[in-house]
Design a protein around this ligand. Structure first.
Ligand code: NAD
Length: 711
């Protein structure tokens, strides 16, 4: 029988090929239909004359993972428990039915996809460095519930299994081969199928190692002395990273440890129990909602204007070959664009191109690229000082000094050369786009493309729509961001846009605490405990206090000029004090920290400048302040329509400045807590620490009338 998810075909050699091709989906996922199809394949395999089974895929990838749509409907722990046990029952039959089964891995095998392959007696993959193998479930707050923790522990050892499942990183095929996860690598699909057939014919009575009488875990089970030693440190290593905010990490450790003490069938039950606990956790609901559904919606163009044909940038101009311009040149050339990199001197422009050379040389050295690919990419970047070279650019991105006059000057010069339908973007981090567009003769084609540093690593670009930006220009910017493989969020023009504005509240709150006499180490610990990637004072040093001072002064001047008032944050005076002492941050080797050869340490002089308060607050109070400051400011951005969607708010916060991912983003933080609870706590914080914590009106409204942030 052939199901509509798995096609079966029996060759003359007696080998049955089961091709997974889930109807109506771009990728195979572990849905009921797929498991039914595998069940049918097992039945067919039992027939006389059938010698073995090859499990492969009719799609570009082998199988991408679990069926998240189904998982997100589960609301009792019994459902995920039963769901994961049902999958394992089928897979257990697959590996114990007595005839050889080979997974022919033609593309990514991730999550549930790798678990299917692990239940085969051998795995062979196409030798493609881009092919992804792994158990990334932890990244959305889950654990591999299809036997992944159990089989990996028994196949590659407990320590490697722990690393694969708790970190969730991809395993390159070469590494998978050397650790014994793969039995072989193939040149192409034909070779893959030929090798799979050969394996079957050579192993007529295949069984899993763990079903053989003398089976031993590679490296030992959870009781083995070496493994016990590892277990004595693993939980503390894991919680140093997760700060206890990611229950899935704890559950993965427990599942692997306990599973390593019992037989395989009991290990499966243990794994399913922990899987159910993960599914029920708020952290996984937050991460699935944001990092799966909202991210996918963004990538599919939810924030892109409708009805405009997709565009591609073929030739890109970059003005300013400094840190940002050089990074933008690299990612754009890598995406196949011809790049003109312009600066005031050829030397500066060439230095900008040199940045790409440096990155590529490193990649070649590490075997991640080849000399030919490097040279081809470098040939795409033309350093110059000549504006005439910009002719024919579809898009020009300005990344010169943060200075209005210079930006106006280069805008005019570039616009004199580029075609009427080309789009001009500024990478300014602080200057409102509508104001910069005044220098443009066609402000409808002017927008902001705010990159993050370092450009080649940071996944987000914040697109800023000026008062006159046209939907066509926005669509062009959006398409370009996708073209370079980054995630776009779209926001309306405002001071600090969205990301810089909200990010600043985190750092400022840390400074305000310092001023109040909170111990600096407690402040830094609170930042990490809150789940932020870097504590606030260290981050202020990275940004540099002198830059923050400059932005503050500029803002003050601008607002005075327009008749606005400047609300001084309590952290502002801390910045001034330190700048006066020349402690301007990491780049000067001294700021809130001292930087030496042996690393950095909090500057001991802080306690003289900001004497410690007699009574120190509880850590949770500090964590609340750091998180409420950000979430409340994000809610204000939403209310002021700086933000155009909840998805942009959440994704922008996680990808832009590392807002604690387990909360699912700055607005999801409020949703998960509930507007009522948020308002109550925000008012307590406002009474104790100032009006900045007064809850945003839109959240007060939700608390009174019900509802939550939703697109
Ligand atoms: P940078 O000082 O490293 O580079 C600026 C480059 O512009 C220099 O190479 C300079 O020679 C060149 N330049 C100056 N005047 C020019 C002119 N008239 N014509 C052509 N080139 C000229 O600065 P950066 O950090 O790359 O920042 C550039 C822009 O990106 C700024 O607007 C900044 O606010 C913004 N930005 C910076 C960051 C960051 O983290 N550094 C992040 C986002 C946005």
């Amino acid at each position: 029988m052939t199901s509509h998810a798995v096609q079966l075909s029996l060759g003359e050699d007696g080998i049955l090929v089961a091709t997974m091709d889930l109807h109506g989906r771009p990728m195979n996922v572990v849905a009921d239909a797929l498991m039914d199809g595998i069940d049918a394949a097992i039945a067919r395999l039992a027939e006389d004359g059938v010698k073995g089974l090859i499990l492969t895929s009719g799609k570009a990838d082998f199988c991408a993972g679990g069926d998240i749509d189904r998982m997100s409907k589960w609301d009792t722990p019994q459902q995920p428990f039963d769901g994961s046990m049902a999958m394992k029952t089928v897979l257990r039959r697959l590996e114990t039915q007595g005839k050889p089964v080979v997974a022919a891995i033609n593309g990514h095998a991730l999550g549930g996809g790798l678990e299917l392959a692990l239940a085969c007696h051998a795995r062979i993959a196409i030798d493609n460095p881009r092919l992804k193998l792994g158990q990334p479930e932890v990244k959305i707050g889950l654990l591999p519930g299809g036997g992944g923790t159990v089989r990996l522990s028994r196949l590659v050892g407990i320590q490697q299994a722990l690393q694969i499942c708790a970190e969730g990183n991809d395993i390159p095929v070469a590494q998978a081969l050397s650790m014994g996860l793969l039995a072989g690598l193939a040149k192409d699909r034909d070779d893959l199928m030929a090798q799979a057939r050969a394996w079957i014919l050579a192993h007529p009575q295949a069984a899993q190692p763990w079903d053989l009488p003398k089976f031993k875990f590679p490296g030992g089970d959870s009781r083995a002395p070496g493994v016990v030693q590892m277990w004595s440190v693993a939980p503390s290593v894991a919680s140093a990273k997760s700060q206890g905010n990611y229950p899935a990490v704890q559950y993965i450790l427990s599942a692997i440890y306990e599973g390593g003490l019992v037989d395989i069938d009991n290990a499966f039950v243990i794994e399913s129990r922990y899987f159910a606990a993960c599914v029920m956790s708020q952290a996984s609901k937050n991460m699935i909602g944001t990092l799966w559904y909202q991210l996918n919606a963004i990538k599919k163009g939810a924030s892109r204007p409708q009805g405009i044909a997709p565009s591609k940038v073929k030739k890109l101009g970059i003005l300013g070959a400094g840190m940002m311009g050089a990074g933008i040149a690299y990612v754009s050339a890598k995406a196949g664009m011809d790049v003109v990199l312009l600066d005031t001197s050829l030397e500066a422009a060439e230095r900008g191109k040199g940045y790409s050379q440096g990155l590529l040389d490193k990649a070649v050295k590490k075997g991640r690229s080849s000399a030919e690919k490097r040279d081809a990419l470098l040939a795409k970047i033309t350093p110059t000082t000549d504006y005439a070279q910009l002719a024919g650019c579809d898009l020009v991105i300005e990344a010169v000094f943060e200075d209005r006059a210079i930006k106006a000057d280069v805008t005019k010069k570039a616009e004199a050369v580029i075609g009427a339908d080309a789009v001009f973007a500024s990478n300014t981090s602080t200057l409102p786009i509508t104001g910069l567009a005044q220098a443009s003769v066609r402000p409808a084609s002017f927008l902001g493309l705010h990159f993050f540093s370092p450009v080649d690593k940071m996944p987000l670009v914040e697109i800023i729509v000026g008062a006159q930006t046209s939907p066509q220009a926005l669509a062009r910017g959006f398409d370009y961001v996708l073209q370079i493989g980054k995630t776009p969020i779209v926001v309306n023009d405002s001071r600090g846009f969205y990301t810089s504005r909200v990010f600043a509240t985190y750092v400022n709150e840390g400074l305000a605490m310092l001023k109040e006499g909170v111990h600096p180490r407690s402040i830094e610990a609170a930042g990490l405990q809150a789940g932020m990637p870097m504590p606030p004072l260290a981050l202020q040093d990275e940004v540099s206090l002198s830059l923050s001072l400059h932005v503050m002064e500029q803002t003050k001047k601008d607002l005075a000029a327009t008749g606005g008032s400047f609300l001084d944050h309590p952290g502002a005076s801390v910045i001034r004090q330190l700048c006066e002492l020349g402690r301007i941050g990491k780049k000067a080797g001294k700021g809130l920290y001292d930087y030496g050869e042996s690393g950095k340490q909090l500057w001991p002089g802080l306690k003289d400048l900001f004497p410690l308060a007699a009574q120190q607050p509880a850590q949770q109070a500090l964590i609340d302040r750091l998180m409420f400051a950000q979430a409340n400011e994000a809610a204000r951005c939403y209310e002021e329509k700086v933000l155009r969607s909840v998805a942009d708010a959440n994704i922008g916060s996680i990808f832009g400045w590392g807002f604690a991912p387990f909360h699912g983003g700055a607005l999801q933080f409020i949703n998960a807590m509930g507007a009522k609870a948020f308002v109550a706590r925000a008012r307590e914080l406002a009474a104790a620490h100032g009006a900045r914590f007064e809850p945003a009106a839109c959240v007060v409204d939700m608390a009174e009338r019900g509802g939550q942030f939703a697109d």
